[in-house]
Design a protein around this ligand. Structure first.
Ligand SMILES: Cc1ncc(COP(=O)(O)O)c(C=O)c1O
Ligand SMILES: N[C@@H](CCOP(=O)(O)O)C(=O)O
Length: 466
């Protein structure tokens, strides 16, 4: 399998090279040159497979010849061995026709573990094969950071530098990152927003000599491997509801557009996905786009769902490229103008195409709190603020006869203040995180400048090499 850039000016790469490269050299995002598909018979044959086995089947065509099937199966088995639920992604019914798939049973209690644990295994495997080392530079609004750190900690072929927006994550989220003291881990608190952090990461990648010197790689969903590893749980849910012989819809709390893009990718592979529903918080650029073709950046407002406090949804570029029928020049033009003007001029026919499949619902903090409370009172289900937004979107757009599966993306214990305010319940952290608040923290605060990040990356790489 070869991968091409959404901006058309970077070399096509293999899966392993895309894994190690992250962002394409022309600033674009990698996508498969052609979409692999499964036949009806092949989907049916996957019903009932244990999750790790299913994940290996779905990933196999994306990985191509780079990793043999048996090794891929072993890597997936290792990736999910530490999850605390035998089903890995259990499904629960909360209302008539409305289901929740929990994606937070991994080590850091967020859906990021679903892909990041696989990436940790893939990096280790490919870097060992090549006898090589990479420096991961990542941005987080709260969850990617700890999941990446957890997947990479103590691996001597990886240095990991994570940028988080200072004071804009929950305290549990921050501590999950900053209390990991392994020498290959560096945490930077950036004086800015998540969008600033993401831009700084992209600026590091845009500096080609720096990128080469530091052997930069990415763990954000700009890295295709992240999206690929998020596809299997949509397949798992759909097969459980009778796919390919029955349609299913998904509702996803959305920020960087990675998770819902994986659902869309599953559909491209032939899974009968009827509808994709986006849940946003007050940072509602995607919902404004779907409702009124208004993709205009506004100031990022802190919310009860901090991991979705995002205005520049990186992965939208991948959808745009596809809806432009893979016209890379047009995609590059639209993206460049968006970054210059703060407004994305999406052609009317592209917007119309997007609206046939996607719908969006935005909830402010008060509505999020009400949703958490109602879910708890009426369905006895405790949803964190992100998941609650997804569930509300699912309820809004569910259709009779088509199961609507909302993705629960984080454990409620990651957001105790919001949970107490909505329900009076303070959800307990699992045993392995019980002492989180007494652990030593280590991080540095830096201004939101590319120079400050590059200096920090250089010193992280140097000290890791010592
Ligand atoms: C708990 C949680 N929910 C939802 C999201 C949004 O996911 P995405 O950025 O893939 O749209 C995130 C961040 O990625 C998150 O951490
Ligand atoms: N919500 C994310 C932001 C980064 O998104 P990613 O999927 O591109 O890694 C977070 O919690 O860090």
């Amino acid at each position: 399998m070869r991968y091409i850039s959404t901006r058309g000016k970077a070399p096509a790469l293999s899966f392993s090279d895309v894994l190690l490269t992250g962002l394409a050299e022309d600033g674009g995002l990698y996508l498969p040159e052609t979409w692999p598909t499964f036949s009806q018979e092949e989907w049916r044959a996957m019903r009932g497979l244990p999750y790790p086995e299913l994940a290996a089947r779905i990933l196999a065509p994306f990985v191509g010849n780079d990793i043999d099937t048996q090794t891929l199966r072993q890597l997936c088995a290792k990736a999910y061995a530490g999850f605390d639920h035998p089903a890995i992604v259990p499904l629960t019914q909360v209302e008539d026709g409305l289901f929740v798939q929990e994606l937070f049973h991994g080590p850091t209690l967020a859906f990021k573990d679903m892909a990041m644990q696989v990436l940790g295994q893939l990096f280790e495997h490919v870097l060992t094969q090549r006898d090589s080392h990479v420096t991961i530079v990542g941005a987080t609004s709260g969850d990617t950071g700890s999941a990446a750190i957890e997947a990479c900690r103590g691996r001597n072929r990886l240095s990991v530098v994570i940028l988080h927006p200072k004071g804009r994550t929950s305290e549990v989220q921050r501590r999950q990152m900053t209390t990991v003291l392994e020498p290959n881990v560096t945490n930077l608190a950036v004086e800015g927003t998540f969008d600033d952090c993401q831009d700084l990461v992209k600026a590091c990648f845009a500096d080609l000599p720096f990128r080469k010197d530091m052997h930069l790689s990415a763990v954000n969903s700009i890295n295709w491997a992240r999206i690929a590893a998020q596809i299997p749980y949509y397949v798992y849910a759909a097969l459980n509801f009778g796919a390919p012989d029955r349609d299913v819809s998904f509702a996803v709390p959305t920020g960087n557009f990675g998770n819902i893009l994986a659902a869309w990718a599953a559909r491209k592979m032939g899974l009968p996905v009827r509808h994709l529903c986006i849940g946003s918080n007050r940072n509602d650029i995607l919902t404004r786009f779907l409702n009124a073709n208004d993709m205009t950046m506004k100031e990022v407002v802190p919310s009860l769902s901090p991991s979705m406090d995002i205005q520049v949804s990186s992965n939208f570029e991948r959808l745009l490229f596809e809806l432009l029928d893979r016209d890379a020049a047009a995609c590059a033009r639209i993206m460049t103008t968006f970054r210059q003007s703060g407004h994305m001029d999406v052609p009317e026919q592209v917007w119309e195409k997007a609206r046939t499949l996607f719908s969006g619902l935005a909830l402010d903090d008060a509505a999020t709190e009400t949703e958490i409370r109602n879910l708890h009172q009426k369905s006895n289900y405790l949803a964190d603020p992100h998941s609650a937004i997804g569930i509300a979107a699912g309820r809004r757009f569910r259709e009779a006869g088509v199961p609507m599966v909302a993705m629960a993306t984080a454990h409620p214990a990651k957001f105790p203040d919001a949970m107490v305010a909505a329900t009076g319940i303070h959800p307990a952290l699992p045993v392995h995180l019980e002492d989180l608040f007494s652990r030593e923290e280590r991080y540095r605060t830096i201004p939101a400048t590319a120079d400050a990040v590059k200096d920090a990356v250089r010193s992280a790489v140097l000290s890791n090499a010592e």
